[in-house]
Design a protein around this ligand. Structure first.
Ligand SMILES: Cc1ncc(C[n+]2csc(CCOP(=O)(O)OP(=O)(O)O)c2C)c(N)n1
Ligand SMILES: [Mg+2]
Length: 209
């Protein structure tokens, strides 16, 4: 991380934000990111692997400081969860105290989930926010784009993500509304180790039409 930039950072882009007048159930990704943006500490690091919601993430949680945003450039999933652990371990090694916020899709979360055991064992200050839309949403959208709807194997029903997290020794909670998410996130900030917050969300084709 470059701690001594040779020029002043430009002001963040002014963005028009809009949320539904009536809260959605399940929440839409913008509602999730809006709730996080209201309560997350300004100096947090963001690690993201929520494939179908990246545009909304950039809208609501823009990167405004160097060394604070981490995402895979290749698109290979299974990187995000261990990357959050690596960022937190790196922070500790160089004496940086900050929360690592990891926004992860429910599919991507499965690929390297065992990394949360390391997070729990080392009491790392990570809040994993798992977007539980019960599918590989981006692949369903690709299938429509490629005019091949109905591709099998894209649904992810029956995954008890909080139990999986608990099984690896991680604190785990559910949040179904913006208020619950804000409350659980704020509580997670003062927890000793990591927390996995499972948030039920709308699939991409439902919230974008
Ligand atoms: C190692 C690897 N395997 C498979 C894929 C194909 N792939 C791309 S996105 C994706 C699904 C991601 O689903 P999820 O994390 O739930 O995010 P959502 O699209 O629902 O937001 C898959 C399987 C990949 N990119 N990398
Ligand atoms: Mg998903």
């Amino acid at each position: 991380m470059n701690d001594a930039p040779d020029r002043a950072a430009p002001a963040p882009l002014a963005r028009k934000h809009s949320l539904p007048d009536i809260p959605s159930s399940p929440l839409t990704p913008p509602e999730v990111y809006a709730a996080l943006s209201a309560v997350w500490p300004a100096e947090s690091a963001l690690v993201t692997e929520s494939t179908s919601t990246m545009a909304q993430q950039q809208e609501w949680l823009p990167t405004i400081r160097s060394g604070s945003f981490y995402a895979t450039a290749s698109g290979g999933i299974g990187w995000g969860v261990p990357a959050a652990v690596g960022v937190a371990l790196g922070d500790r090694a160089r004496g940086v105290e900050r929360t690592v916020v990891a926004t992860i899709g429910d599919g991507s979360f499965q690929y390297s989930v065992q990394a949360i055991w390391t997070a729990a064992q080392h009491d790392l200050p990570i809040v994993f926010v798992v977007m539980r839309n019960e599918e590989y949403s981006i692949l369903k959208a690709f299938a429509l784009l490629e005019k091949t709807p109905g591709v099998p194997g894209m649904d992810l029903p029956g995954l008890d993500i909080a139990s999986i997290a608990t099984g690896f020794g991680c604190r785990a909670v559910h949040a179904d509304t913006s208020e619950q998410l804000a409350e659980q996130f704020t509580t997670a900030l003062t927890a000793k180790g990591p927390t996995v917050i499972v948030v039920r969300t709308q699939p991409m084709m439902a919230h974008l039409g």
